[in-house]
Ligand binder design. Structure first.
Ligand code: FUC
Length: 929
């Protein structure tokens, strides 16, 4: 036993010493979720807080969502298609949107009649001594901060929907009673009944309506006044929201300009949280649970927590009373488990209590055996449940179970095994008995030694991660904690942080989705909220695609398959949507999807009716082919590509005014409402038609269809340059130079598309640049990331770097990065991490035209560097070195034997290549060997 103990400690120590440049580290435990460190295996994700006395490991399993398999499509919606088109044609956008809102949106999940429930909660308003009255005794109510713009969920009422009361007081003088007052609550989610001194002063429904109520002087009192608000929240975020700009207070004002703020701690009482079901368009990704460790308190020294991107291990180290404690955490893909090992450098030092917890109201925790707990969670109002197993194996010491918690005493080391599964089968089915296989899986994992699991994980992880390396110099900064580096980056040079950010993107890519898993959702695989923003689902008008921008260029091609599998499922689900909404062949996906593969329009007709989601996704298949040159992928997905093509062949209509083929109705995400012919659609459809034509040629299929698509291609509405020299967002020249919207959809053809490029369309490049200047640099996290890619494609190195700096700013309302380097929309959204990593790649290498462009947008701030394993279209794998802002050497390995056209600072070399041969060139592209 002693021997194993020594071996374990040595193992951990060497793991620590082996850490190189690719490391996030901190000298304090995480307080906030966005400071915790993510681990994941594509199926399970966990956030490590790293507490020394109280440790939390919040975890997820990718298939735990709200909702159930159901029909998302409104039958016969196509009957309204022509009228919607006609209304748009006649310039009646509002009418078109209204009709579409009523007849053309997807089906929501079941909505129960809420009449009886509303009547029940209304009773309190009718009671003589109800919660609204002046003298009501709220002494035993809870306390809560008001307002809370992001919902009462953020201030303690997570998971609560229903009727709740809020009360507070304010003081008035005799002078104040001379005039009426106005009460401004701004936003309330969703109904309010607002009382002052027991009198109803206002009632509104809906999140959007501003609450501005007159309070007549007759009901006011000198001294203490009481405001009481009944808030009824049937779904989603709840509470008195106030203003988005939280510096604007809610409160009372009078004509004399006096303002009394009522921001602060109020009393609250949840009257009834058994709300009837409210339909939603799509489902939300759910948290699963958390492990809570309680260690004996003590004085901590030399604390450090870290995430090593090279090994895929999170670690915590600290000293207490001369004992060195170490923890290692990882998520293994081959064994589908999360492993945690706790060790100390002296025997018998490991003692802790361990509990499983969850935010799901309906859950059960039970003891499986002396060392194993299980937890089943049931998603409220949905069909899914999940079960997770937790085993602790000790070296030395004792373990007992007490009140659903495990107690470990005096062990030399403890190994923790966490697994989890749900009853999700696929997007159409549930698995009736999932617990038995889940338990069998846990048993199997439990039998393996921790070292074996760790080894499997490391082997698996490293073969992906180690294919690519980047060194931009500036390694001295590595001694500074990562959160501190982020702060300094605003004003000080830290090229190594740029390299770290890129590798962190690759790490997240490996951790959030793998072969056979679902793709990375808006938050990858990490989510602690029951009501995550945008459901933590899949938005396809930029976000999901951005998640896969680094996949090829940063050398992780097999990870693209998680997306491809989803595309196949969407193509099946989207057939009915094509038929019912457009009377068309093939398949369609609109701007969002979820775990049940919804494809119909959702949310609102002003942005939900956007038919090019599937077409955009398909370009990823083609990119995969271009980078890897293996036609297998095209053969495998040809039917899916053809299906999307047939859809647009059927739905493009000839515009009477211009004679062009246009996409209508649609939207330029997510601006300008429902329109005919947004530029982005036409760019995407041209790309899709190109992909289809090339695919059909490659496979020698469908010559006639190919010919007809070729005939249609030049008829599709072209890119146009408008009055400001800008690329037009729409068919009409309507762009507003002051519009700073986060989406820059009409530049799709510049990136990720390629029809706008300096070689072929220099005037459009200038127009795109002008559009981008008009839009400005600011934006949400993903918007900043997209602009890195845009400016790189525009070959403006310094502007590219400006955007990198903006993305790598400490998170604020203006986007940026959290201390754990997660991208801030805000809130956390993973797309920016991926878009940012890809954009740094675009700065170093581009291959979207016939050239492979070397260092096309290298900023002054990154004068030297060495990169290994970048990928270029044509099946090339590239190593390059530069110094003093000049290329030193470049080696190109040809994986497919295709001709190579390399370009650097205007010089071009063109050579045929042999498969698997490497070609090395000097500073001016002379072939060395
Ligand atoms: C789109 C964007 C939002 C957000 C959401 C998930 O709707 O416009 O900014 O990223 O997706």
């Amino acid at each position: 036993m002693r021997l194993t103990f020594i071996f374990l400690s040595l193992y951990i120590a060497s793991a620590v010493m082996a850490q190189g440049q690719n490391r996030l580290w901190y000298d304090e435990p995480a307080q906030e979720w966005e400071e915790a460190l993510p681990i994941g295996n594509g199926r399970m994700g966990a956030m490590i807080f790293g507490g020394d006395t109280l440790e939390e490991v919040q975890f997820n399993e990718e298939t735990l969502w709200t909702g159930e398999p159901r029909n998302y499509n409104r039958k016969g919606a196509y009957r309204y298609l022509d009228t919607i088109r006609l209304l748009l044609e006649q310039g009646k956008q509002r009418e078109a949107e209204e009709l579409a809102m009523n007849e053309f949106m997807g089906l929501q999940s079941e909505t129960e009649d809420n009449g009886p429930w509303l009547a029940r909660v209304a009773a309190e308003r009718k009671k003589e001594d109800g919660a609204y009255t002046y003298h009501f005794d709220d002494a035993d109510w809870g306390k809560i901060p008001v307002p809370s713009y992001e919902g009462w969920e953020e201030v303690g009422l997570e998971g609560v929907d229903g009727a709740a009361w809020f009360r507070t007081t304010f003081e008035l003088t005799a002078e104040d009673l001379k005039s009426d007052w106005e009460l401004d609550l701004n936003r309330v989610r969703q109904y309010d009944y607002t009382y002052v001194n027991g009198q109803l002063v206002g009632h509104e429904q809906g999140d959007g309506t501003k609450r501005l109520y007159t309070v007549p002087k007759e009901i006011l009192r000198e001294g203490t006044n009481v405001i009481a608000v009944q808030v009824i929240n049937l779904v989603g975020k709840g509470g008195i929201s106030g203003y988005k700009d939280t510096s604007i207070p809610i409160g009372f004002k009078n004509a004399a300009g006096k303002f009394i703020s009522i921001v602060g701690e109020w009393k609250y009482w949840i009257q009834d949280s058994e709300v009837p079901k409210v339909g939603t368009f799509q489902a939300s990704y759910q948290p699963f649970g958390r492990l809570k460790f309680r260690f004996p308190a003590g004085d901590t020294q030399e604390y450090e927590r870290s995430l090593d991107l090279e090994t895929g291990l999170a670690e915590v180290q600290y000293k207490r009373a001369g004992v060195q404690f170490s923890r290692v955490y990882f998520a293994s893909y081959p064994d589908n488990m999360i492993g945690i090992r706790l060790t100390a450098d002296k025997p018998g030092q490991i003692s802790f209590g361990l509990a499983m917890e969850t935010k799901h109201e309906k859950h059960q925790i039970w003891k499986v055996d002396e060392q194993t707990l299980a937890m089943t969670v049931d998603v409220k109002g949905g069909a899914l449940e999940g079960t997770s197993f937790l085993t602790v194996k000790l070296d030395g010491g004792t373990i007992t179970e007490q009140d659903g918690q495990l107690q470990v005493r005096d062990a030399h080391s403890a190994d923790i095994y966490l697994t989890g599964a749900t009853n999700y089968g696929d997007y159409k089915t549930l698995v009736p008995d999932y617990i038995a296989p889940a338990q069998a899986h846990h048993q199997k994992v439990k039998k393996k030694t921790f070292s074996k699991l760790l080894k499997n994980h490391q082997q698996d992880y490293r073969q992906l991660f180690s294919r690519f390396s980047i060194d931009l110099g500036g390694e001295a900064q590595r001694d500074i904690p990562t959160d501190e580096r982020l702060h300094r980056f605003e004003s000080a040079a830290d090229p190594d942080l740029v390299a770290l950010y890129m590798q962190f993107g690759r790490y997240l890519q490996i951790a959030s989705a793998r072969e056979g898993t679902h793709p990375a959702n808006l938050q990858g695989v990490w989510n602690p909220w029951l009501e995550p923003s945008w459901g933590s689902k899949y938005t396809t008008n930029i976000n999901l695609e951005m998640n896969y921008w680094p996949t090829e260029i940063l050398n992780l091609p097999e990870l693209h398959h998680s997306l491809f599998q989803m595309i196949r499922e969407l193509s099946e689900a989207g057939r009915e949507t094509a038929r019912e909404y457009y009377h068309a062949r093939g398949w369609v996906l609109h701007h969002n999807t979820d775990v049940w593969r919804g494809t119909a329009p959702i949310n609102n007709s002003n942005h939900g009716i956007w038919p090019t989601g599937g077409a955009w996704l398909l370009t990823h298949l083609w990119e995969h082919y271009l980078f890897n040159q293996d036609p297998k992928i095209i053969a495998e997905y040809y039917d899916v590509i053809k299906g999307a093509t047939l859809f647009f062949k059927d739905v493009l209509v000839k515009d009477e005014q211009t004679g062009w083929l246009v996409s209508t109705p649609s939207n330029s995400p997510e601006y300008g409402g429902l329109v005919k012919g947004p530029t982005m659609d036409h760019q995407i459809i041209r790309a899709l038609f190109g992909v289809f034509s090339e695919s059909a040629k490659l496979l020698g299929k469908d010559t006639a269809l190919r010919d007809s698509i070729q005939t249609m291609l030049p008829q599709i509405a072209p890119n146009q340059i408008g009055q400001y020299g800008q690329l037009q967002e729409w068919m009409e020249d309507l762009d507003d130079p002051d519009n700073k919207h986060r989406h820059v959809s009409h530049l799709w053809g510049l990136h990720p598309g390629n029809e706008i490029n300096a070689d072929d369309t220099p005037e459009l490049v200038e127009a795109a640049k002008q559009s981008l200047r008009m839009r400005g640099d600011d934006g949400t996290g993903w918007s900043l990331a997209w602009k890195i890619n845009f400016w790189a494609r525009l070959k403006d190195a310094q502007h590219t770097y400006t955007m990198i700096k903006m993305l790598l700013r400490p998170a604020s309302k203006a986007g940026g990065s959290y201390p754990n380097l997660f991208d801030a929309h805000p809130p956390f959204q993973i797309d920016g991490n991926f878009g940012g990593a890809a954009g740094i790649g675009e700065m170093l290498l581009q291959s979207h035209t016939t050239f492979v462009d070397v260092l096309p947008a290298l900023p002054r701030e990154l004068p030297q560097g060495e990169v290994r394993g970048l990928k270029a279209r044509g099946g090339f794998e590239i190593d390059l070195k530069w110094f003093d802002n000049h290329l030193q050497q470049i080696s190109v390995k040809s994986n497919a034997g295709k001709p190579l056209k390399l370009r650097y600072e205007g010089k071009v070399v063109e050579i045929p290549t042999k498969k698997n041969k490497t070609y090395t060139f000097d500073t001016t592209l002379n072939l060395l060997k």
